[in-house]
Design a protein around this ligand. Structure first.
Ligand SMILES: Nc1ncnc2c1ncn2[C@@H]1O[C@H](COP(=O)(O)OP(=O)(O)OP(=O)(O)O)[C@@H](O)[C@H]1O
Ligand SMILES: [Mg+2]
Length: 369
């Protein structure tokens, strides 16, 4: 059981800095998920925490100890990678025991106990005598996780552990990882993924990274409902939040916003009068839109494309001068011919407002207050 404290963590490869001063507090026993675009520094940050890369600047504390100069083993950390790299000539048992047999002085009975306990947690007891080639991809990844468990780490790091698995196995193994976190109560877990569902369902808190810095940290639904900026707003959610360039027509207790190519909307957001006339961005999630006959519906245009996904239909509408089509996610199967004129409406409280620089305006108000 260990907390982690990252203070101004920097990492450079030669003259190229890829982490620009990361501050992050992780509570003991917490499940934290790192997300962000490819190349933003997720794996690098994980490797820096693990001690597989040296730290260029800042301090890393695990528990109450500064660990910058400690080896991975001294840090009490175990890491599971995307490619599970099991030893092909060793049985599952031997693979899981391998790290422990290297540690001189661990009695055979203790190794046996720890491997069997890990196998029980991961439900791979029936396979202990098999070679990896006789296992499915999901079973192999569980062996790799088991190898990490036997080392009894204080902190568990996962770098996209499920990305090599097919869709059904991903779901199953994801649920197992959630259970694993419950069973290993108190073990701190940091998990990197590209998969939004994994991030939303596994995380106590999500850390959104972008170009080597932290954009926002928070509980999944807090990030989803109240993104601090356009980057986080667009990154979480699928399809992404629709963003329209807009002008703030009137500020005050409520704010009137005129999106490009749409009609004005009144938002229940208080803004200072000085902001009237400023450019802004209006955000609406696809799932918050619905088809309407209302004559005053703000978003109108021709259907460019529809996609039926089974449980939902995505409707892409060309509205105004937006660069990207406006997307609505409607429940069930909705049949609308391409070229049909449609009107879309949403609740005022479902819309998000961002300033010209992309910062959420609710935050600007909080600062101003
Ligand atoms: N050993 C290295 N030497 C030089 N540059 C590196 C090295 N490892 C990573 N980088 C660079 O650091 C940046 C961050 O890479 P990193 O692997 O952490 O990204 P990531 O967020 O994990 O991406 P992905 O989602 O594709 O796995 C990238 O620009 C990458 O090219
Ligand atoms: Mg990576």
């Amino acid at each position: 059981m260990a907390s982690l404290k990252l203070s101004q963590i920097k990492k450079a490869y030669g003259s190229v800095e890829v982490l620009h001063g990361i501050d992050l507090d992780i509570r003991a026993g917490e499940f934290v998920v790192f997300v962000g675009p490819s190349g933003c520094g997720k794996s690098t940050l994980l490797r820096v925490i693990a001690g597989l890369e040296d730290i260029t600047g800042g301090t890393l504390e695990i528990g109450d100890q500064v660990v910058n100069a400690l080896t991975p083993k001294q840090r009490g950390i175990a890491m599971v990678f995307q490619s599970y790299a099991l030893y092909p000539h060793m049985t599952v048992f031997q693979n899981m025991a391998f790290g422990l047999t290297l540690e001189k002085g661990t009695p055979t009975s203790e190794i046996d106990r720890r491997v069997k306990e890990a196998a029980r947690i991961l439900q791979i007891e029936p396979y202990l005598d098999r070679l990896p080639k006789a296992l499915s991809g999901g079973q192999r990844q569980r062996v790799a996780i088991g190898r990490a468990i036997t080392r009894d780490p204080q902190v568990f790091l996962f770098d996209e552990p499920l990305s090599n698995l097919d869709a059904a196995l991903r779901v199953q193994t994801r649920i197992e990882i959630a259970r694993l976190h419950e069973k290993m109560a108190g073990t701190t877990m940091i998990y990197v993924t590209h998969d939004q569902v994994e991030a939303m369902t596994l995380a106590d808190r999500i850390v959104v990274l972008n170009k080597g810095h932290v954009e926002q940290v928070g509980a999944p639904m807090d990030l989803y409902n109240a993104p601090d900026n356009l980057f986080v707003a667009k990154f979480l959610g699928s399809p992404s939040m629709n963003i329209l360039p807009a002008t703030i027509e009137r500020a005050g207790a409520t704010t009137r916003v005129l999106p490009d190519g749409a009609s004005a909307v009144d938002l229940p957001i208080a803004t200072p009068h000085s902001i009237a006339g400023s450019p802004a961005h209006l955000g609406v999630r696809p799932e918050d839109l619905s088809l309407t006959d209302a004559p005053d519906a703000p978003f109108r245009g021709e259907v460019a494309l529809t996609e039926s996904l089974g449980e939902v239909t995505l409707i892409y509408v060309d509205i105004g001068r937006a660069d990207e089509p406006f997307v609505a996610k409607l429940p069930g199967e909705v049949k609308i011919a391409r070229g049909t004129h449609v009107a879309l409406a949403t609740k005022p409280q479902a819309m998000r407002l961002f300033d010209e620089a992309g910062q959420a305006i609710r935050l600007a108000m909080r600062r101003a207050a």
